[in-house]
Design a protein around this ligand. Sequence first.
Ligand code: FPP
Length: 248
Amino acid sequence: METTNLLEINKENLPQHIAIIMDGNGRWAKQRGMPRLFGHRHGVKTVREIAEASAELGIKYLTLYAFSTENWSRPELEVKGLMSLLVETLKIELNALKKNKIRLRAIGDLSQLPEKTQQALLMGMDETTENNRMDLILALNYSSRWEIMLAVNQIAQDSKSGSLQLPLDEAGFSNYLSTRGIPDPELMIRTSGEYRISNFLLWQSAYTEFHFTSVFWPDFTKQHLYQAILDYQGRQRRFGKTAEQLKI
Ligand code: FPP
């Protein structure tokens, strides 16, 4: 692959928030005649490289879709393997997160995760809560429709109890989502040649730029990340306006 020079990236026009749908671990493993978990293990190496590269660049929020509410329907062995991999990775990487001043956060229904996974996550989040270089947000047992339904029900309850005045504006609605306080992603990347959003950050991605690559997640490197950012920087973000209006 042609290497993308880091210097080509305009540091003045970085996305604050990058969201990634990490896809293709299974196919990557299959190509090598290996079980799917082998792909996930290699996917963790990519997570490390991309988190490090993002923090070095000055990205403030990196959200990774690690496990969707639909992923429970995968073979039991794979689900168990993914959960153990998560616990193992969190334990191994905690020091690196602390050293690099990265804050670990999570979005999703964590209460349904195995006890050990919840504990490892809570410990990781607790011990990095003061870090402010970059937020690494893991979407775990997450889906947008789950999140939106939760918000709608909470809003109904708060309105009924009188603690919320209607009508609610967009910012008010955003405060009911699990991404409360986190700016919307300017760039979303999906690997492995799939062109879907798969129930990820539906509300938050209203004006997000998308970058799709056919590279499987275990093969995704920081060079690919730089390419995605350059692609983003070449786009004209119009937010519904015309190109002429933006020149004024
Ligand atoms: C998608 O590939 C990948 C996942 C659903 C899991 C991603 C998990 C990791 C990279 C490891 C754990 C993560 C962290 C943050 C430590 P796929 O299995 O859907 O691949 P396929 O589409 O080729 O089958």
